[in-house]
Design a protein around this ligand. Structure first.
Ligand code: NAD
Length: 350
């Protein structure tokens, strides 16, 4: 058995029979996390208001009795308190969140995450929860560090600090969530870890995120094919099962409220990702650059060395493989006419 298998076994042991709460468990990432926790034998409660999550993602676990599902709004402190009661580990993924178009165009809605996170963390402390695992984001990194796509840049955890310069209200709220957890750890000893996810993609993803938007455009044979910005923006798209694996390892191993990046070091520009999607789908459209649309930072890629060191975590799914899996899922679960009718709306909404 290699190191990686040892770690997976450690994770399974950590959660077997453990009462866990997954907030936002009907979401894209949350539902994959629930799949893994069911496999590990955890006792799972999911609380989700279904504002963007889908019951279909976790239906089979509800029907089989493997999870308890509660549809409720965690901004309400009473809901937060009831949700945290009797729970050992809370995976807090619920958020008012979307892709680049959403977070740029819905600042006030993203600000509600301050209330949501505050209600959940306070409830965790009062209920005696042993560990909080927080879905943070690459959006906490300073915008001013991420402007040059030609720079060979890997964002390391220590680059988040004064002067803070987070990405939109969404990024500020995630940053405040991280800092709140640090305060709870210092003042009350509440154990936690913040997992900074970087541009996650995979089956069950939503078209408001870039890769899913590219796949949707290829699926409906969009021509001209729209690309937001110059296409030179660099990202490190990270496959959802790798994110879940890193989240579980962080939950099992980190207690001291520190933040850890979960993101691959594969640097890929938007235009190269588009070319790969077009190659796989066999679509040959004219490309139209939409420089008027939200583009986000020009260069955002994680340094994953802390996760490698502390968690023995390495992303297993290469971009090309993850992309093929995601395209297969998309084309077998969607209808062309339906996507064509709703795509414009879905690019900027939740
Ligand atoms: N997808 C990414 O690339 C990415 C990157 C960084 C961080 N994250 C974070 O990961 C988490 C999961 O994101 P996702 O992409 O899977 O999808 P998502 O944003 O749709 O997930 C949010 C979930 O929370 C639920 N929710 C929202 N407000 C709620 C409330 N008040 N009460 C109860 N439930 C509520 C939604 O219905 C949804 O199921 C979020 O916290 C998000 O900020 C995602």
């Amino acid at each position: 058995m290699n190191d990686r298998d040892d770690s997976s076994e450690e994770v399974a042991r950590a959660f077997r029979g453990c009462p866990v709460l997954v907030t936002g468990g009907a979401s894209f990432i949350g539902s994959h996390l629930v799949d893994a926790l069911v496999s590990a034998g955890a006792r799972i409660r999911v609380v989700d208001d279904l504002s963007s999550g889908k019951l279909a993602h976790i239906r089979r676990h509800i029907d089989s009795g493997a999870i308890e599902f509660v549809r409720a709004d965690l901004v309400d402190p009473r809901v937060a308190a009831e949700s945290a009661a009797g729970i050992h580990t809370v995976f807090h993924l619920a958020a008012n969140h979307g892709g680049r178009g959403y977070v740029d165009l819905h600042q006030a809605d993203c600000a509600t995450n301050l209330l949501l996170d505050g209600a959940v963390f306070r409830a965790c402390r009062l209920a005696g929860v042993k560990k909080v695992v927080y879905a943070s984001s690459g959006c906490v990194y300073p915008n001013h560090r991420q402007t040059d796509p030609a720079e060979w840049l890997f964002l390391s955890e220590d680059q988040v600090g004064p002067p803070y310069d987070a990405d939109n209200m969404y990024g500020w709220a995630k940053l405040m969530g991280e800092l709140s957890l640090r305060a709870y750890h210092r003042d009350y000893g509440l154990k936690s870890v913040s997992c900074r996810y970087f541009t996650v993609y995979g089956p069950r993803g939503h078209e408001n995120h870039a890769i899913m938007a590219m796949i949707a455009r290829a699926f409906i044979r969009q021509d001209p094919f729209e690309v937001w910005g110059s296409g030179r923006q660099v990202r490190n798209w990270t496959f959802v099962t790798d994110i879940v694996d890193g989240t579980l390892r962080a939950a099992a191993r980190i207690d001291d409220a520190r933040a850890v990046n979960l993101g691959t070091r594969e640097r890929i520009s938007v235009i190269d990702a588009v070319r790969q999607v077009l190659h796989i789908t066999g679509h040959r459209p004219e490309i139209r650059l939409r420089r008027d649309m939200p583009i986000g930072p020009m260069n955002r890629v994680a340094d994953s060395s802390l996760a490698e060191r502390l968690l023995n975590w390495m992303p297993r799914v290469r971009f090309d493989d993850g992309l093929r899996t995601t395209i297969d899922w998309y084309v077998t679960t969607h209808g062309r006419n339906d996507v064509a009718a709703r795509l414009a709306h879905r690019l900027t909404e939740r």
